[in-house]
Design a binder for this molecule. Structure first.
Ligand code: ZN
Length: 244
């Protein structure tokens, strides 16, 4: 059962299409899991929602998704993010908003738990240090958990008597799944922030018990055009080319 694991698409349909095409070129895809922030920042919220629904993806909500459905205030968002949320909320179809607003904050599938930020604060926490990793492992009832939100691809292993450390996972990084508990971040599809502008995702091969991080070139100019056309801040278009 090959599974495509994506996060932080942020209304970037060009990046999502490239990720799905890249995965399909390698293996027939059975499932898509998405860790939230489907919308926000980018210019194509509707097509991204439609693509996930068409594939019956297992999806949890991110802060941008919740805010675009008025389930969370944007008081703590930076002004650019808040503006993109307001723009998105106006464009969502009634049906799209219902779907987005109905997404759970966490989900479990087999050995995996999905959350946007972390298990203790799914909407908000950037899981980036040892204390946060320990808290995550304490709450994690499955061997492996998946988080997004920071837009940084990494893995943390739970090894007895060893401080959890964050290992960055570049293109092609493959991990064999065994009895070591893990926290996995697939990186961001639609707005990578690790200075590599290529879309990031994880391909999970359940039969082989492996996960592989992949980076994919996509039509950045097309995504930028959609942002500019939407009248969203130009910075949101420019950052895509720089991966920040
Ligand atoms: Zn995000």
């Amino acid at each position: 059962m090959p599974t495509v694991i994506v996060s932080d698409i942020h209304s970037n349909i060009q990046a999502l299409d490239a990720v799905l095409a890249d995965a399909e070129q390698r293996t027939p895809i059975d499932r898509v899991w998405c860790l939230g922030d489907i919308v926000g920042y980018g210019g194509d919220p509707g097509p991204v929602i439609a693509a996930l629904r068409a594939r019956e993806a297992l999806v949890v909500a991110g802060n941008h998704d919740r805010a675009a459905c008025d389930l969370m205030s944007t008081d703590e968002f930076n002004p650019v993010a808040a503006r993109a949320v307001a723009w998105t909320a106006e464009r969502l179809s009634h049906d799209g908003q219902q779907w987005l607003g109905g997404l759970p904050l966490t989900a479990i599938s087999g050995d995996w738990t999905l959350a946007h930020g972390s298990l203790r604060a799914p909407e908000w926490e950037y899981l980036l240090d040892e204390e946060q990793a320990e808290a995550q492992f304490a709450l994690q009832t499955t061997p492996y958990s998946l988080v997004g939100h920071s837009h940084l691809p990494f893995v943390v292993r739970d090894i007895a008597n060893v401080q959890p450390s964050f290992e960055s996972t570049p293109d092609g990084f493959m991990l064999e799944l065994d009895d070591v508990r893990l926290i996995v971040n697939p990186g961001s599809v639609g707005q990578p922030r690790d200075r590599d502008p290529r879309a990031s995702y994880v391909l999970y091969d359940e039969a082989a018990a492996t996960i592989t991080w992949r980076r994919v070139e996509y039509d950045i100019a097309g995504a930028q055009k959609a942002i500019v056309k939407a009248g969203l801040p130009r910075f949101l278009a420019e950052r895509l080319a720089e991966g920040r």
